[in-house]
Design a protein around this ligand. Structure first.
Ligand code: ADP
Ligand code: MG
Length: 459
């Protein structure tokens, strides 16, 4: 019989599930340093590091957290409160009695526990935890070569491929390996292009260009994740161009990832495009069945949880394009096993696969889903949204809807006008341009849109 899960393990399982439904950026922003402080009498106290996180979890993620907690523990939960505790994960862990920790799986190893020691990198992402197959061997080999001879072999290295195929894993493996080889942590910079953009915008606003330049120029390796977000951000691209040149001239290593090839990144300046093409470009594609089985086995091994071969094959046959989803299925299997004392069977695993698979993708969402998600979010009624009022508190959400209908569903402007109570196409065009512009300047709006997209696609 397995022991009940500790609070820590429950929380790790909840995070594992939330991670599947929330963008990586939001996930790390809002869920790093969170934990369960208390779980008693249908009440849960979630520890958070600061007021900011508290507000966001309360306002935006409460429902998710609740349903995920209930789902995982199969217990009724009457109340969740959020309490600010500094360094919460460490404190909480100490409170967990030793014997409760001896459960089947060392879920503590999961990716959320990044800040275990002083390394800012995710210690789970190493070369030897990366399974090599035909579709990723080139990217793997190139990354490894870089750690042997940084700045010499391939500079820059540009890796592209779909979501959840191991790009971030490889970047982090480079960082971890360089640290192991003795490079000082401060000389390695891993950053998403979004973070680079935000830091740059802040720099411009605060007039402190110096700190920014120091941070990005006095380093040996720059690892930039998801450069497709540079698309259309002219000034950031310009700054990045100079950073790139500065580092490259000194033979400092640059590695970039993207979800598409450099040529396919829209609104990317030519001079930057040509820089990206200077070195080596490799792609990562979805792994074949054999490799997916090997990856799934590796993840089981990492968690110390062993599954029959036919169950492993069943999962690998059904989850084909995103390794993160493979991990999601495994987390669910483990949670079911521990909490419901359920031995995984083909049927129970099939059910888990079904619950993960039919998630909505871009383009498959109905316009009314977008309209009502935005309406709920800004607390504006449908009739107001479709009506005549030009009051800011109504017209602004309306413009956001128009923007999303265009960006997410690719609707034409006349169609968008129609969708919103028969407005003129120029109104839709104007709304789209305005919001698109404003997102680059307004951090809050950007977050709002990000959250809205999450809402739209996960329902
Ligand atoms: P991407 O950045 O391409 O979206 P990630 O690097 O975040 O994808 O990978 C998603 C998850 O899948 C990570 O937990 C990663 O460890 C895992 N993963 C992806 N490819 C492999 C692989 N070849 N071997 C082992 N794990 C992998
Ligand atoms: Mg990534």
């Amino acid at each position: 019989m397995s022991t009940p899960m500790s609070n820590d393990q429950i929380w790790q399982a909840v995070l594992g599930e939330l991670e599947l439904h929330i963008s990586k950026a939001s996930f790390t922003t809002w869920f790093a340093h969170t934990s369960i402080g208390l779980f008693e009498n249908e009440k849960v106290v979630v520890c958070v590091p600061n007021t900011f996180t508290k507000t966001w979890l309360e306002k935006k993620y409460h429902k998710h957290i609740l349903s995920s907690l209930q789902n995982i523990t199969q217990r009724r939960i009457r109340e969740i409160s959020y309490q600010i505790v500094q360094n919460s994960p460490q404190k909480i862990q100490k409170q967990v009695p030793e014997k409760q920790k001896t459960v089947l799986t060392p879920i503590q190893n999961s990716p959320q526990k990044i800040q275990k020691n002083s390394s800012p990198f995710n210690l789970k992402y190493l070369f030897n935890s990366f399974v090599v197959g035909k579709t990723n061997e080139l990217a793997y080999a190139a990354c490894k070569a870089i750690t042997e001879k940084p700045g010499e072999a391939y500079n820059p290295l540009f890796i592209y491929g779909g979501v959840g195929l191991g790009k971030t894993h490889l970047l982090q493996a480079i960082a971890n390996t360089m640290v192991q080889k003795g490079t000082a942590i401060e000389r390695i910079r891993y950053v998403s292009s979004e973070k680079f953009t935000n830091e740059y915008i802040q720099t411009v606003q605060s007039g402190e260009a110096r700190g920014f330049k120091d941070r990005y120029r006095n380093i040996d390796i720059l690892l930039i994740d998801d450069v497709q977000f540079f698309s259309g951000k002219e000034r950031t691209q310009e700054e990045f161009f100079h950073t790139f040149n500065h580092l490259h001239q000194q033979n400092k290593q640059i590695v970039l990832t993207s979800d598409r090839s450099p040529k396919e990144i829209k609104a990317l300046e030519n001079r930057l495009l040509s820089r990206f093409e200077w070195g080596m470009i490799v792609d990562i594609a979805a792994p074949d069945l054999e490799t997916r089985i090997a990856i799934f086995e590796k993840k089981c091994e990492e968690k110390g949880f062993f599954l029959d071969k036919d169950i492993i094959t069943l999962v690998a046959e059904n989850i084909t394009t995103n390794i993160r989803e493979l991990e999601g299925v495994l987390n669910r299997i483990i949670a079911n096993h521990q909490l419901r004392k359920q031995k995984p069977t083909k049927e129970s695993v099939e059910e888990i696969i079904m619950s993960i698979k039919p998630r909505k993708t871009r383009g498959s969402v109905a316009p009314k889903t977008i309209i009502s998600a935005v309406g709920d979010y800004f607390e504006v009624s449908l009739s107001d949204l479709l009506g005549k009022s030009r009051e800011q508190k109504i017209s602004f959400p309306r413009q956001i809807i128009m923007f999303l209908l265009r960006e997410e569903l690719g609707h034409s402007f006349p169609a968008i006008g129609n969708e919103l109570g028969g407005r003129d196409h120029t109104t839709a065009l104007h709304a789209h341009t305005k919001i698109k512009n404003e997102i680059t300047k307004n951090e809050k709006l950007k977050n709002d849109i990000e959250l809205l997209k999450e809402k739209i696609y996960q329902i």
